[in-house]
Design a protein around this ligand. Structure first.
Ligand code: GLA
Ligand code: GLA
Length: 700
């Protein structure tokens, strides 16, 4: 495995290069040049100091195969730089010009039916096309030659959301590359046959030239899940290789500017294995789009918690979020009072040192004209633009107070996330098609918040051994090595919490045998002191059947009385001599399914630590009861507020953000207030009233 790239942060054009980066995607090529000066005037008014430029501008830069036009880009970079605004310059490869598709239609990806994905939108290119790569790398080199020493270009914004539109490519280029990928990974065809279990349905291959990508195999045909999982990994790897090739083409000419690419982490999308990608950038950046509804802030914090771990605790970049509504959902709600500023400050609270939006000026045409922006269609004399200016001022205040470069304090609990398990839970070959690892991570995250105890979210592949507790919600895939790490962690005194569909299969999608959850050849089972024989699946599809089963507490706490499971119950025997049953299934419904009295939640001592088994799905409210009773830190906080701490050797900042609709009264707060957004300072020292969507930041 290659070493992780050094952390490097792009400097601003301030006297000392420091400050919180603030701005957005800037698409001046959509406007006539006479608007540009007005853009700069408004940017200065709002406190914008950074823009991401030329993301979709390949056709402007190279209008025909042998003509290059950098004039417009020179002019706008110059204008921006002279105004004190730095540029994250894109590699501009997110959309190729139409002439390239005309002369080389073979660069287009294909869908699973073999139809070409047509040009005309964006990212309509195959990362495994050698022809496309050659054109893309030529563009990268040209940009590096032209802007590598430009003082106003301080970072490279590679591609754009790699994988969003071309994650799955079934072209001949992909087929050939997949065969080579399998050969590299498995060495021999026997090893691949073994891994994919090809004796099932007579699919044994004689050589790598018989390896197939999972193209359409007929309606209702089930795909070999091992092959599908490898195809997911391959799709991730090919885009990552493509990113690296682009990055290295630029780095050969311009080695000294940091590289990033915008990830897509929100709990509805986590399309790539960012645990691997984060090693290949100099600073991590993310595009986050909010969830409407009551989970708005919790979801933001949950996504950001993963970002913070991907960044290894270093500051990271919000490359895109929205000032208000997007235009790509069935229901595009705008942000409520205060949320435009609050969301940005919440990202800072969670470790971001850069707050950027899609996009600067709302487009007058095109697919995203009705997407909110920093300058709306109605112009500068608007509520929204005034909020953008207010935000710019707040970020300035935070930077002056010394927030930049401080690191987010960690919690003592890590919820583990694995992109591979997320892909695997989408398989159509599991006991239920309703599994979703990432959503279960979010539910556990919210349960910890509701219990007044914030958790971190850490990639399974990273080092989580310094935490006190690790939680594995629906981490379907556990390898022997990962199971051993969990056992070592528990043996050394850690607490491991295993969710209901965790550790059922290995990295090749082979079921672990001998009883569930059998990961590590039974190691996980013996850690837990339970042995599952069957799964019990409930759902509305079973007409007239009860849709839920009740749990009954089995210890004195009565904590889990009345909690309810609605999807998945493991039918287990308790095998551990010292295993303690904390709750069982109870009642008529349980009895019908032979689950009455069966252990639902257990705890087993293991070495100097312990292992919990949560053998069924529970909703956030019920998970909260479980967390509160057994898992939360002893010093629980006010669950009505998201409280985070960012600190360096010089200063400590506390951020307080109400999670719900209620106004929150805070008392005994130490330190000097830095930000009082929708917040009043009361007469009594250390007392504050923080209204809905408000933010209090104090410096200790
Ligand atoms: C059909 C097939 C079997 C098997 C079962 C599963 O009956 O003939 O091979 O796939 O469905 O229910
Ligand atoms: C993504 C893209 C942007 C824009 C926004 C709209 O994040 O990177 O170009 O399409 O979505 O929300």
């Amino acid at each position: 495995m290659s070493a992780r790239r050094n952390f490097e942060w792009p400097e601003l054009l301030t006297a000392d290069g420091r400050g919180i980066a603030f701005g957005g995607d800037y698409n001046p090529d959509q406007w006539s040049e006479d608007i540009w000066d007005d853009d700069i005037r408004l940017m200065k008014q709002a406190g914008v100091n950074t823009v991401a430029l030329a993301i979709f501008s390949w056709d402007r830069i190279q209008p025909t195969e042998d003509r290059w036009d950098f004039g417009w880009l020179d002019r706008i970079i110059d204008k921006l730089g002279n105004a004190g605004i730095v540029v994250d310059l894109a590699s501009a490869t997110a959309t190729a010009p139409l002439w390239l598709y005309e002369s080389h239609p073979e660069v287009l990806p294909r869908d699973k039916y073999g139809h070409p994905v047509n040009a005309g939108s964006r990212q309509s290119w195959s990362p495994t096309s050698p022809v496309f790569k050659e054109y893309a790398l030529t563009l990268c080199r040209k940009l590096a030659e032209r802007y590598g020493t430009n003082p106003y270009v301080t970072a490279w914004h590679m591609g754009n959301e790699y994988g969003w539109n071309n994650r799955e490519d079934y072209s001949d280029n992909a087929l050939e590359a997949f065969r080579a990928w399998c050969r590299r990974k498995y060495g021999t065809i026997d090893a691949l046959n073994q891994a994919w279990g090809t004796t099932f349905w007579g699919q044994e291959m004689n050589g790598f030239d018989e390896v197939l990508i999972p193209r359409f195999m007929g309606a209702d045909s089930m795909v070999n899940p091992g092959q599908k999982l490898d195809f997911e990994r391959f799709g991730n790897d090919m885009l990552l290789d493509f990113y690296k090739a682009e990055r290295d083409a630029i780095a050969e000419i311009c080695p000294d500017k940091p590289f990033t690419t915008n990830f897509m982490v929100s709990t509805d999308q986590c399309c790539m294995d960012y645990a691997a990608w984060a090693k290949e950038v100099n600073f991590v950046s993310n595009d986050h789009y909010f969830h409407e509804g009551e989970s708005h802030l919790d979801e933001l914090a949950c996504s950001d918690a993963l970002m913070d771990s991907l960044a290894l605790g270093k500051p990271w970049y919000v490359m895109e979020h929205s000032t208000s509504a997007v235009q790509w959902k069935p229901l595009n709600t705008r942000k409520r009072k205060g949320e435009t500023v609050r969301d940005s400050l919440a990202h800072v609270a969670m470790g971001a040192d850069a707050i950027n939006f899609f996009q600067w000026r709302a487009s007058a045409f095109g697919a995203e004209a009705f997407h909110s922006a920093m300058v709306p269609h109605a112009g500068e004399d608007t509520k929204l633009f005034r909020q953008v200016c207010e935000l710019g001022a707040s970020l300035h205040t935070l930077a002056d107070a010394g927030v930049q470069g401080t690191e987010l304090a960690h919690s003592d609990t890590a919820i583990l996330f694995s992109a591979e398990s997320e892909w695997a839970t989408r398989s159509q070959t599991l006991p239920s098609m309703k599994l979703n690892h990432w959503h279960d991570v979010r539910d556990w995250y919210r349960a910890f918040l509701d219990a007044g105890s914030r958790a971190d979210i850490v990639p399974l592949a990273y080092d989580w051994s310094s935490y006190k507790t690790v939680v594995l919600p629906t981490v379907l895939i556990l390898s022997t090595a990962d199971t051993q790490r969990l056992a070592d962690f528990a043996a050394a005194g850690g607490r491991v919490v295993v969710g209901y569909a965790t550790g059922l299969i290995d990295e090749h999608f082979h079921t672990w045998l001998g009883g569930y959850p059998g990961a590590g050849d039974g190691l996980l089972r013996s850690m837990l002191g339970v042995r599952g024989e069957e799964f019990n699946i409930l759902g509305a599809e079973a007409e007239g059947e009860p849709g839920e089963i009740r749990l009954s507490s089995a210890d004195d706490s009565a904590a889990l009385d009345g909690t309810t499971t609605r999807l998945w119950q493991n039918d287990v025997n308790v095998t551990g001599e010292h295993a303690q049953v904390l709750a069982t299934y109870a009642g008529e419904e349980a009895d019908e399914w032979e689950l009455d009295g069966t252990a639902a939640v257990t705890r087993n001592p293991y070495g100097s630590g312990e292992a919990y088994f949560v053998g069924c799905d529970l909703d956030v409210a019920d998970l909260t009861k479980l967390v509160r009773a057994y898992l939360a830190a002893s010093s629980q906080e006010n669950a009505d507020v998201l409280h985070t701490v960012r600190a360096s050797a010089d200063a400590t900042f506390d951020f307080y953000l109400p999670r719900g609709k209620k106004t929150v009264e805070l008392q005994g707060i130490e330190g000097e207030p830095v930000i009082l957004f929708q917040t009043d300072r009361e007469e009594k020292p250390g007392s504050y009233t923080v209204r809905r969507n408000g933010v209090l930041v104090v410096r200790r």
